[in-house]
Design a protein around this ligand. Structure first.
Ligand code: OAD
Length: 234
């Protein structure tokens, strides 16, 4: 049980594990997505330059999976937490699905982008909602400017989104809770080390993450079972 004081700001970092019980495979570990696809082959600017058809095939497959998924008890519990503590909750996700929003969360920071958005690789047009699948024989979509349209995803070697607001919030949170993330992908893996001198730090997931020694306490189990009873509000 995590006690949330009346003034406490809560930073929650979610990873693929929070969506596992909704049927979206995690990246690492048993059943991990990258068993069928080597990550560098599909999630990097180099892959996009070399084989954009393969990249869109991969993200089309993920779009189908995400569209079929529904939020689980952990997503719902985090949306309920937002309805109780409002803007004192900062929900930062590494996930590109929209299950937090489907559960009712209204302020979600997607640091690795959003699967159901597309943007132009060339012009400054805003990323736009798009759930289409672009698999052969469907051609790679093009922008009005002529540039290729790409998934609105932060690929390996690219800078994650919204880092300014994320680092500002890490500076002022009293509680940091990571849920379902293996603690190996930077910069998210280092957030806990950054806040631990000031904030209480917790992890939720069935296995200990690579950075577990930085957490004050780890609650071992599935997010859908643990998160609904995790917070006690003062
Ligand atoms: P990982 O696949 O690396 O780790 C998922 C974690 O979820 C593991 O530690 C599992 O133990 C845990 N897990 C599994 N089932 C769970 C459950 N029911 N409840 C809670 N936890 C569970 O996923 P991430 O750490 O999110 O980046 O991966 C980070 C980034 O690596 C992703 O955002 C993605 C990937 O490359 C990009 O696509 C840019």
């Amino acid at each position: 049980m995590i006690r949330v004081g009346k003034q406490n700001r809560v930073f929650i970092l979610t990873g693929a594990g929070v969506s596992a019980e909704s049927g979206i495979p995690t990246f690492r570990g048993a059943g991990g997505l990258w068993r069928n696809y080597r990550i560098e082959a599909v999630a990097s600017p180099e892959a996009w330059a070399r084989d954009p058809v393969l990249v869109w095939e991969f993200y089309s497959m993920r779009r189908k999976m995400a569209k079929a998924a529904r939020p689980n008890a952990a997503h719902v519990a985090l949306a309920e937490l937002e309805s109780k503590i409002g803007e004192r909750l900062f929900l930062c996700t590494q996930n590109v699905d929209n299950l937090h929003e489907q559960a009712g969360s209204t302020h979600v920071t997607h640091m690795h982008g959003e699967l159901l958005k597309t943007r132009c690789e060339r012009c400054l047009r805003e990323p736009f909602a798009d759930d289409a699948c672009y698999e052969p024989p469907v051609a790679i979509p093009r922008c009005e400017c002529g540039g290729k349209l790409r998934p609105h995803i932060c690929w390996f070697g690219e800078v994650p989104f919204k880092l300014d607001s994320i680092f500002a919030e890490l500076e002022r949170c009293a509680l940091f809770v990571a849920i379902g993330t293996s603690g190996v992908v930077e910069p998210a893996a280092s957030f806990v080390a950054q806040v631990r001198a000031r904030a209480r730090t917790y992890y939720v997931g069935p296995e200990l993450p690579a950075n577990h020694s930085a957490f004050e306490e780890c609650f071992q189990g599935e997010a859908g079972k643990i998160v609904p009873d995790l917070f006690r509000l003062d």
